[in-house]
Structures are given as structure tokens and as C-alpha cells.
Ligand binder design. Sequence first.
Ligand SMILES: Nc1ncnc2c1ncn2[C@@H]1O[C@H](COP(=O)(O)OP(=O)(O)O)[C@@H](O)[C@H]1O
Ligand SMILES: N[C@@H](CCC(=O)OP(=O)(O)O)C(=O)O
Length: 360
Amino acid sequence: MKQEFTRVAVKVGSNVLTRQDGTLDVTRMSALVDQIAELHKDGVEVILISSGAVASGKSEIRTTKKLDSVDQRQLFSAVGQAKLINRYYELFRDHNIPVGQVLTTKESFGTRRHYLNQKNCMTVMLENGVLPIVNENDTISVTELMFTDNDELSGLIASMMDAQALIILSNIDGIYNGSPSDPSSSVIREIGHGEDLSNYIQAGKSCFGRGGMLTKTNIARKVADEGISVIIANGKRDNILGDLLKQPEETVCTHFVPTKAPVSSVKKWIAHSEGFAKGELHINEQATEILTSDHAVSILPVGIVGIEGEFEKDDIVRIIDYKGNAIGVGKANCNSLQAREVMGKHGKKEIVHYDYLYIE
Ligand SMILES: Nc1ncnc2c1ncn2[C@@H]1O[C@H](COP(=O)(O)OP(=O)(O)O)[C@@H](O)[C@H]1O
Ligand SMILES: N[C@@H](CCC(=O)OP(=O)(O)O)C(=O)O
């Protein structure tokens, strides 16, 4: 069945854009740009999340002394991102498509205000026919401030921009039900809600990639659970984007089937904000039971048995069940001092309202 998407996020991994010797594969880039331009002409809004800054900078610079990994990444990405965006600018210009660069950091998703600022920036670009090309700002994102990889970033962008589909292009046809190098394994074509893939995923990743298949599958599931179709496919195959959208049945890929439940914009933001949690709410067995059922409930002080960390009103807090497992995240309705005062008491206002709560 032909897919009728009007807004898609396309993520292109480092290894799709990089030749074996580490140089930028401009032929591949050009082929992908032609395909995206085709979608654009068909009226599909595309947001491109492109890796490749570090890899393309590496081949430009010869360092005289040995650099540590942070210095290398900062140096190569500073040079490489300029080269990458310049290439995209020229390639899209041949199709009369204006492009704009959006460089972001994990921190820029941490507060709702920053989040909405970024959303507004990309919305206004799309409204004016400008194709956003997004990457992490690798020059200033280091260690714990970094995204795991651009899969994580692409999930946030697809969710934030209410894309109907996220297409993750890697150097492999999809997720295999065994080692990809084993001839007896094959690509899993469809993955539904709650399917456990941990037995299939190997720890290895391609030589220029950062996260590997495990982060891809975790992100893919989370995004699909927000109602967005996620497709993992091979960006090195000719005309892959056109084939995925126009003849999906005949095109090899892994499709994470989206859940039907609509998810509000605030909940989508909260779902991806685990990394910004400032504190923890520990809840009792009864509260755990009701929160993990299908009921829409808020977290009341009476169900809280412990509070860790210091947080302000509107900060993100992690929800920990009575067995000590992290089961979700929410936006606190008060600061940690006020929460401690009412903890365990009946008849008090909720600490996390249902609309600002995401349980996995
Ligand atoms: N079950 C699996 N199916 C497919 N690929 C797998 C599997 N387990 C591990 N991988 C590895 O994951 C790699 C893709 O992830 P990654 O290197 O992060 O790519 P990218 O740079 O495109 O994000 C593949 O090249 C493959 O080596
Ligand atoms: N932001 C980095 C890419 C990070 C990365 O390697 O991501 P991925 O392609 O998902 O493995 C860059 O442009 O070099």
C-alpha cells in the first residue's frame, strides 16, 4: 500500500555518507538529495537529520600532535559541519530548494521554553518552503551533555515536529533476527508494540557510527509508541526513499508499527526528557499498580514514600516504583521542599498531573 505522508523526518547516519576511507561520499549525498527533492516536489515536508560532520572533518585536517577524543570531535566537527552544510546547500540549490541549518544540543530540549523555541524555528522554516537540516552541535556538546547519537536526536525531532514518519537510513537493510553477517538471518519486516528484540541485537556498530542498533531500536519503539511510523532502511540502496513511500511492500526495511493512541505535544516532550530529570519520586505498591494500568491518573502525595534530589516546580522528575525500577517521568507541580512536606498525606494536590506524566 502506498504511504500518504505529508511530513517526514529522515535521518542519515554517518556511515551512509562516508566512504570506507573516511571521506565524505558526495555521490551518495547527491543521490539522497535527489530523492528528498522528489518528495519535496510531491508535497511532502521533509526534515533532514544528517550526521557526517565529524567524519567529513576528519579527512580535511592533519593534526600535528595527538589530540584526545573530545578535542578531535570538536575540531573535526567544526570543520566538517561547514563542509557538510555547504555541500547540501549546493546540491539542494540545483533543485531550487532552499535549506537552513539547525544545530542543537541535548540541553536545548531540557526546558519546555527552549523546546518550543526550536519547534517554532523549524515550523517557520517549513512554512516558508525551507528544508531544515539538523545536526547536533558537536563543537559544544561533550560527554554527558551529548546525545547518545543522532538516532536519539532524530526521535526528538520527529516527535517535536509531529512528523507522521521517521525514516532512519543506515548502512544495513533493517534489523536482522540474528547476526547480520549470518546468511541464515533475515530482516524483521514489522515490529509491534512490546516486542522484545534484545536477543537479536549485536553490540557492534558500523565504523563511523556512534550508537549502534540498540539505540536505534529503543528510540524507534518510543517514537512509534507516540503514533509515528518508524522505518529503518538502507540509505546506500538506490532510490530507497521513493521505494519506501511508493512501494513499501516490495522494499526491504524494518517497520515499527505506530500505536493508534494520539499523544499530546506536552507528553511527547516529557517522554523524551528522562535525561534531564532533577529528582525522583518513589511511589508505593498501590500507586505503582494504578499508574501502570490503563487508568489516566495523577501522582498524589499519598502514594509517595520517598523523594530524592532537589527540584523546582516544572522540573522533570523520574518516577520510581516500589521495587526500585524507573517507570516513567513527569513534570513536578511543586518544588522538592513542598513535595516532602505533603508526602504520604491524604487529600493534598497532585505532585505530577496526569497531563504531564509519561509512564513507559
Ligand atoms: N540485529 C541487527 N540487525 C542489524 N544491524 C545490527 C544488528 N545488531 C547489530 N547491528 C549493527 O548496527 C549497525 C548500525 O548501527 P550504527 O552503526 O549506529 O549506524 P548509523 O551510523 O547509521 O546510526 C549495523 O551496521 C550493524 O553492524
Ligand atoms: N553529530 C555527529 C554524528 C553522531 C553519530 O555518529 O551519529 P550516528 O550516525 O547516528 O551514529 C556528526 O555529525 O558527526
